[in-house]
Unconditional design. Sequence first.
Length: 71
Amino acid sequence: MFLAEEAAQATSTFSGFDIFVILFTIIIAIGIIRLLGAKKKNPFAIGFGLVSLAVFVTLDVIMVMGWMGKL
């Protein structure tokens, strides 16, 4: 039982999905930059993008803190 507990603690919290979360955050940020630079602004799209970016940045921060063992 002791070896199983030690192995569970030694496992990494990194998963393959983490890469996709970071990529989606970058894509959303690029989209917001392009929306803000456009001549004709779409306020709904800008607002939706900002909310989405806030959610994904929060997810990234929690994810990285989990990697470092701070959670």
